[in-house]
Design a protein around this ligand. Structure first.
Ligand code: SF4
Length: 428
């Protein structure tokens, strides 16, 4: 399967002691996930229960996307709500009633918690239950938190998908569930490859609409497409579904290993697997090789941010010839990350959590060729002469599976090329 890749290292990072950091950390708000989630669920509406800051964040993160009928909004908590002087629950009931009267197309409503709603301990779970009873069967009301307190920006998607798992019906059908909100074109590629091997029906979480939903049960097997979906993973396990453990589908190797794990589960023979994957593998290999010319032997340092750090480090070291100095991840879920840790050769520091000043010191001392970090750290580090890549771009850009492998490598090679061009210009 991984014929032209190095064999898995004799000692991967599974046993490497993890540097646990519990200090000040730089995070970005979990409401961000609404920007990609609302495109995936055509009958859903995300009502953020938050402050004007939350409304501004959503508007600016959504950029120029203006919809005639938007699928997200903010119910503003005013100062009187925050001071406990008004009945925020009654106000929320009023806003939701008006919204659902005006928008008969909404079939799923998500009440999304924020820092302010958490600070005043607004009970959105209770509100969702009350509203579900009131508006059933037309509208289902669920809640999750996108609060930026102590979370990372990818946890919003995880919390949203995890909230949907308990309300899906029961089934005994043997079905494959692909978990994660991928761009449509990428999702179609993944489902197309699996269908071409004879695997189907393939279900996707989140489903595009409520009427396309399916059941979950003991014969459901599922594969995660994003490493940050750990709460969703736990929720699926509680429903009796079984996880197909695999590296994540980043790069040629990760994609092949991910598909192979599913193919093995469904008894696909080697000839069929090769017939379906050989051509896209060759395309991916060629595309990655171009970017790898810039990346080979360069060092990379990851600050914890997107939770994609470990799979990306595996891709960059094994497929692009980079050397990882430190791989920081906000959380490391052992069961989900085991296949990645097995493939990562020993050497880099593996860090979990953050103590940002200490990590900045380690980064400066290492002087890596590329630093992958959040928006807040990127500009100051660039000013100090380090070359950076914003982790958030990795979530907003299609990077999964074979056809995007070259683009994924290109995201890392571009800043290095730009920096060397700037150096050349300065020298002239
Ligand atoms: S949820 Fe918190 S971090 Fe996010 S925009 Fe609102 S106040 Fe800011």
């Amino acid at each position: 399967m991984t014929d032209h890749f190095a064999p898995p290292p004799a000692r991967g990072c599974s046993q490497t002691p993890v540097l646990k950091q519990r200090g000040q950390h730089e995070v970005f708000c979990g409401l961000t996930g609404i920007i990609w989630l609302h495109r995936k669920m055509q009958d859903a509406f995300f009502l953020v229960v938050g402050s004007r800051t939350c409304a501004h964040l959503l508007q600016s993160a959504a950029g120029v996307m203006i919809f005639a009928e938007p699928r997200f909004a903010t119910a503003i908590l005013e100062e009187t709500d925050l001071a406990g002087m008004a009945d925020a629950q009654a106000e929320l009931d009023r806003v939701v009633s008006e919204l659902l009267k005006r928008r008969p197309d909404i079939r799923q409503l998500f009440l999304v918690g924020s820092c302010p709603s958490e600070v005043i301990k607004l009970d959105l779970a209770n509100a969702a239950e009350r509203m579900s009873a009131q508006f059933a069967p037309r509208v289902r009301v669920l809640n999750f938190s996108g609060s930026g307190i102590e979370t990372t920006f990818t946890q919003g998607e995880d919390a949203c998908l995890a909230a949907m798992v308990p309300v899906l019906p029961d089934t005994d059908a043997r079905e494959l569930l692909i978990v994660g909100a991928l761009p449509d074109v990428v999702e179609e590629q993944a489902v197309g490859l699996l269908n071409a091997m004879g695997i189907g029906p393939v279900r996707v979480l989140p489903a595009p609409a409520r009427n396309a939903e399916y059941g979950i049960g003991p014969n459901t097997v599922y594969a995660l497409t994003q490493p940050f979906l750990t709460e969703t993973h736990e929720a699926l396990q509680r429903r009796g579904a079984r996880h197909i453990a695999a590296p994540f589908p980043f790069g040629e190797e990760g994609t092949t290993a991910w598909l192979q794990a599913i193919a093995t589960e469904f008894g696909v023979d080697a000839a069929t697997f090769a017939r379906v994957t050989d051509a896209p593998r060759a395309r991916a290999r060629k595309a990655v090789a171009q970017a790898a010319e810039t990346l080979r032997d360069k060092s990379v340092f990851f600050f914890p941010d997107s939770q994609l750090e470990l799979p990306l480090a595996r891709f960059l070291t094994r497929e692009c010839g980079m050397q990882a100095v430190e791989i920081g991840a906000p959380f490391i879920h052992r069961a989900v990350m085991a296949p990645e840790l097995d493939l990562l050769a020993e050497g880099p520091v593996i860090a979990e959590g953050q103590d940002v000043d200490l990590q900045l010191d380690r980064c400066r001392a290492a002087a890596p060729d590329l630093t992958v970090c959040g928006l807040g750290l990127a500009n100051p580090l660039e000013a100090e002469g380090l070359t950076t890549k914003w982790a958030i771009e990795l979530v907003f850009t299609p990077v999964h599976f074979y056809e995007q492998a070259g683009d994924l490598a290109g995201l890392f090679s571009r800043p290095i090329r730009r920096r060397s061009l700037l150096k050349m210009e300065a020298a002239e």
